[in-house]
Design a protein around this ligand. Structure first.
Ligand SMILES: Nc1ncnc2c1ncn2[C@@H]1O[C@H](COP(=O)(O)OP(=O)(O)OP(=O)(O)O)[C@@H](O)[C@H]1O
Ligand SMILES: [Mg+2]
Length: 457
């Protein structure tokens, strides 16, 4: 019995029947097997191939070794022949796998995954190699289109991200602009509310000032006259007192003396002039308040608009308030280059005075510093700042400092008209007063005045 021939038949049948394209070469690189699947995949018949060394032909234009040839030659540099995509098989020792694209196969080329393994004799010597080929074109195409879709997706994501970042930037920009607008709006609203309050208080003040003005006028003049009369009466009394000595009737004399002692005439003589002086001072003060009220309510047709040097006005005002300031603070002038401004100069001086006096009065026990600063805020607007190192203004007081009669000062020290007057004057000039303050650090009033006067509506 010759069993080997049976096993040969079985082997070639196994080869042909195997659905994976497979061929084998012997140690001389001659093809010994070329199965049906191989014929179908590569388009070369077994009859044409077996017995030849042409197994390179389906794959390449020029002759070159295939994986099976390299295994037969025991080549150490297999990877050099399939750069980038060959690797040792993990299943069989000495076997290799690789994958590549072959443009010659089929109409538009095929991707093949091929595996080659050595065939050994009983002694373990390599006597040939077997190579299988799997068509992986579909997988490759799918992978490629997946990669393309992925790349595309990444590109879209990148683009979208950039667009989103862009939109975000724009949104942030919009929000910033809106916030700025909102700040402006609430500032304008505050000013409107303040202006409205001032207008109605102004009317009230005008009425009150008008009503008080006349009585105060005649009280003032009457008290003056009364003072004169009283001094005349006192000299007359003196004369009577001197004449007492020459009164002959002791009963009359005793009665006069008793009456003088009862009335304490000496005390009256001292006290009445003091009372009159105090009353006079009180009336002068009331007259000042009425004047201020009239100023505040803009009943000041007397003054003329003219171009004036702000620095000159500040200097002369600082001279006037020198006494009020010099024991409490040093005054630092930081004058900028500014043009003359069209204004009611005396009234602007009044503003400077009120601000500087307030600054001086805000000082604690320690000597402080008052800085008077000028400059251009814009080509058509001049600023005047009065900054102090005083107590600062408490938040709950801040919204009321411009209200007439609002004061935190002791009775008789402040009437609370200084800032409301200043406000009215600056308003009339088409300007603005801003305040910046911090408790314990100090306050800065910033007055903005237009260089040219425009009639206010
Ligand atoms: N520079 C300042 N530092 C701290 N507080 C100030 C300053 N300026 C004004 N104030 C506060 O504002 C209030 C109102 O000021 P305003 O000048 O109107 O009135 P007054 O100074 O109290 O009185 P008047 O000026 O009529 O003598 C003050 O009482 C004070 O509380
Ligand atoms: Mg004041």
């Amino acid at each position: 019995m010759k069993l080997p021939s049976q096993s040969e038949v079985a082997l070639s049948e196994f080869f042909d029947g195997h659905p994976v394209a497979t061929f084998a070469v012997n140690r001389h690189h001659v093809i010994t097997h070329w199965n049906k699947a191989c014929e179908q995949l590569l388009g070369w018949s077994s009859a044409a191939m077996v017995g030849t060394q042409n197994h390179w032909q389906p794959f390449y234009h020029k002759q070159r070794p295939l994986l099976s040839d390299l295994i037969v030659d025991n080549d150490d540099n297999i990877a050099d022949h399939y750069p980038g995509h060959s690797y040792c098989s993990t299943l069989i020792p000495g076997a290799y796998e690789s994958e590549d694209f072959f443009p010659n196969i089929g109409v538009s080329g095929h991707w093949l995954h091929f595996t080659a393994a050595p065939l050994r004799d009983g002694a373990g010597n390599v006597v040939g190699a077997i190579e299988t080929l799997r068509d992986v074109t579909e997988r490759r195409v799918a992978e490629n289109s997946l990669r393309k879709a992925h790349d595309n997706l990444e590109h879209i994501v990148e683009k979208r991200t950039a667009q989103l970042a862009d939109a975000n930037d724009r949104l942030e920009d919009d929000i910033r602009q809106l916030t700025e607008l909102n700040d402006l709006l609430s500032m304008a609203q505050q000013q409107l509310v303040q202006a409205e309050k001032m207008a109605s208080i102004g009317q009230l003040a005008a009425g009150v000032a008008h009503e008080i003005n006349n009585p105060i006028g005649y009280i003032f003049s009457n008290v003056g006259t009364l003072e004169k009369y009283l001094s005349q009466l006192f000299s007359m009394l003196g004369a009577y007192q001197e004449a007492e000595a020459s009164i002959g009737q002791p009963a009359v004399l005793a009665q006069l003396r008793a009456m003088r002692q009862r009335l304490d005439l000496d005390f009256l003589r001292e006290d009445i002039p003091a009372l009159m002086k105090e009353s006079m001072e009180g009336i002068v003060r009331v007259r000042h308040i009425v004047e201020d009220l009239k100023d505040f309510s803009r009943q000041d047709a007397g003054q003329e608009w003219s171009r004036a040097d702000l620095h000159q006005g500040i200097d002369s005002t600082l001279n006037i308030v020198g006494n009020e300031v010099k024991y409490r603070a040093d005054v630092v002038k930081e004058y900028g280059a500014i043009p003359q401004i069209e204004c009611l100069p005396l009234q602007i001086n009044q503003v400077v005075m009120n601000l500087v006096v307030n600054a001086a009065q805000s000082m604690g026990p320690e000597r402080g510093r008052i800085t008077v600063r000028t400059g251009l805020d814009s080509p058509q607007t001049v600023y005047l700042e009065v900054e102090d190192t005083g107590t600062g203004i408490a938040p709950d007081a801040l919204s009321r400092i411009f209200d007439p009669f609002f004061t935190t000062k002791a009775v008789g020290k402040g009437t609370g008209l200084g800032l409301s007057l200043a406000y009215g004057i600056v308003q009339k000039h088409g300007g603005r007063i801003d305040v910046d303050t911090e408790l314990g650090r100090g306050t800065r009033f910033r007055v903005l005045l237009p260089v040219r006067h425009k009639e206010q509506p």
